[in-house]
Design a binder for this molecule. Structure first.
Ligand code: PGA
Length: 243
């Protein structure tokens, strides 16, 4: 595991974007595993800037997202499909047919998850997986539990996740309580894994995940076993891990 300490959010985002850019330049047909949340927004902004400057070409890239709320269609402003369009895909030359997010509109969880595993297989796996980390240690929406679940599955979101993400939903709006998420195998099979974390709130969970035991109670801890795992955090997020 490699830990890179950035001065602040901007520097974290630039370093992350540089790793993704290197992947795309080395392999123009790269399969990128992509993440939503507030953490990677600056990374996408930097990639868009380099694309606009003619430094990057996404025309052959495939994007496979980690997760989606069950019950939201892609045009819902809080859906992760909508997020990806608004923060990244609408501004670069990626082929829309090669961008994937689990189908939150499919009420048949089993079918939606098997279809997503099929997409992952057909893409040949992920070259570089971008991740955030939840305050409860989730990666994608793999929430703390008794076991690691390998394949794409439907999860019940924890109270911690519901509380953290409710800020994005308008008052009175019912927030989905379930999501479809790539499983631990899909994430761990990626050639490279890149996690981003910023802010004081993440310090404690990073310490648990990477200084504690590997346990499904802290799903991110499984990344200790990945052969090419990089964590880029700002000083605040890494303050306990590096002390
Ligand atoms: P955040 O979410 O980027 O909004 O902190 C991270 C996550 O839940 O994975």
């Amino acid at each position: 595991m490699k830990i890179i300490c950035a001065e602040n959010y901007q520097e974290m985002s630039e370093k992350a974007a540089a790793m993704i850019a290197a992947q795309v330049i080395m392999k123009p047909q790269a399969v990128l595993g992509l993440a939503t949340g507030s953490t990677p927004i600056g990374t996408y902004r930097q990639l868009i800037q380099w694309y606009n400057e003619g430094k990057l070409d996404f025309s052959q890239v495939t994007g496979i997202n980690l997760d989606e709320y069950r019950g939201l269609t892609g045009d819902h402003p809080q859906s992760y499909r909508y997020f990806m369009q608004r923060h990244f895909y609408d501004y670069v030359n990626i082929d829309p047919a090669r961008t994937y997010v689990p189908d939150g509109a499919d009420p048949d969880a089993e079918r939606a998850c098997r279809n997503y595993d099929q997409i992952l297989r057909e893409a040949g796996g992920i070259d570089l997986q971008l991740l955030g980390i939840g305050l409860d240690g989730h990666i994608g929406f793999n929430e703390p539990g008794e076991n690691f679940i390998g394949e794409t599955h439907c999860v019940k979101l924890t109270d911690s996740t519901l509380a953290a993400n409710s800020r994005f939903f308008s008052e009175g709006e019912q927030m989905p309580r379930e999501a479809y998420t790539l499983g631990i195998r899909g994430i761990l099979q990626a050639g490279k894994v890149l996690m981003l974390a910023d802010g004081r709130d993440k310090a404690d969970i990073l310490q648990q995940a990477f200084r504690g035991p590997v346990t499904p109670r802290v799903p991110a801890s499984i990344l200790q076993l990945h052969p090419d795992f990089t964590l880029i955090g700002d000083k605040e997020a890494l303050r306990m891990l590096l002390s």
